[in-house]
Ligand binder design. Structure first.
Ligand SMILES: NC(=O)c1ccc[n+]([C@@H]2O[C@H](COP(=O)([O-])OP(=O)(O)OC[C@H]3O[C@@H](n4cnc5c(N)ncnc54)[C@H](OP(=O)(O)O)[C@@H]3O)[C@@H](O)[C@H]2O)c1
Length: 241
């Protein structure tokens, strides 16, 4: 299978890239800077590196990247710096997801492309389905979205997937993966939940390697995909026994 990877130079995206290649998946990675890819992957014959900024490509160029892909994984995120958080593009994640989705409609693949978005537990399930948050916590999250563009961007990207891509869409299906606080470490046991399990004030932990593992499972295992498509699973490390 072929996967288009966005954000492959990031902390989680790099792990996704290594794990996809380890599974024998062909990967096309669109990156701004190939030097930032994880060590040892660039010579892998299964990897094609496209040095480009997806948000700056023409529609035709985005189509070329999406064409032939069975899945698209986005691990894009805003850099943790004043420029990264408050500078353009403030809608990096949303715009990328929208562009990729629109490209799938033009490519008209025979099977729906799997769109897999790295999201966050700060993102609410649309329709008020995350009932776990109390009133005060909801107010904090709402304020964060008003003040911090990346928080707003992540919510909008998930809303776009939920609101625009219908279950019967012939060209694309989606899953938005919601990790809690990201941690280093290897793949361990992890748990998947339909809704939130921890609070903003007592956050859970999620190894980036576990996020990568779940995203690879979604891309490669039809049963895992069928279980989660059209949903926003929360992923957290399993509690030690
Ligand atoms: N931090 C947490 O605890 C946490 C928890 C849950 C979810 N999340 C979410 O998870 C996602 C990924 O997190 P991460 O820490 O793995 O990300 P990261 O290490 O910061 O990587 C971000 C990726 O996005 C790319 N990128 C950033 N700005 C870009 C731009 N303007 N144009 C094109 N590419 C750009 C980076 O490319 P370059 O290498 O070229 O900069 C990099 O590949 C984010 O959306 C974040 O909000 C984070």
């Amino acid at each position: 299978m072929n996967v288009l990877l966005l954000g492959g130079t990031g902390r989680t995206g790099g792990r996704v890239l290594q794990q996809l290649l380890g599974r024998g998946v062909r990967v096309r990675a669109v990156v701004r800077s190939a030097e930032r890819l994880p060590a040892g992957v660039v010579d892998d014959p299964q990897l094609t590196v496209v040095v480009a900024d997806l948000v700056s490509l023409s529609d035709e160029q985005v189509r070329e990247q999406v064409d032939g892909c069975d899945g698209v994984i986005s691990c894009l995120g805003h850099a943790v710096s004043v420029q990264g958080v408050f500078g353009p593009p403030r809608d990096l994640v949303t715009r990328s997801v929208e562009r990729v989705y629109r490209a799938t409609r033009e490519v008209r693949p025979a099977q729906p492309v799997k769109l897999i978005l790295m999201s966050s537990v700060s993102v609410n399930r649309p329709g008020g389905l995350d009932t776990r948050r109390g009133r005060f916590e909801r107010a904090v999250v709402w304020t964060l979205r008003g003040l911090v563009p990346p928080a707003r961007d992540n919510q909008r990207a998930a809303d776009f997937l939920h609101d625009v891509i219908e279950a019967a869409d012939p060209y694309a299906q989606w899953v938005a993966v919601r990790p809690d606080t990201l941690k280093e470490g290897d793949v361990t046991e992890y748990a998947l939940h339909e809704g939130l399990v921890d609070s903003l004030f007592r956050p859970g932990e999620t190894n980036m390697a576990n996020v990568a593992h779940f995203m690879c499972e979604l891309a490669t295992d039809p049963e895992v995909w069928a279980a989660w498509r059209g949903r926003l699973p929360v992923i957290v490390n399993a509690s030690p026994a």
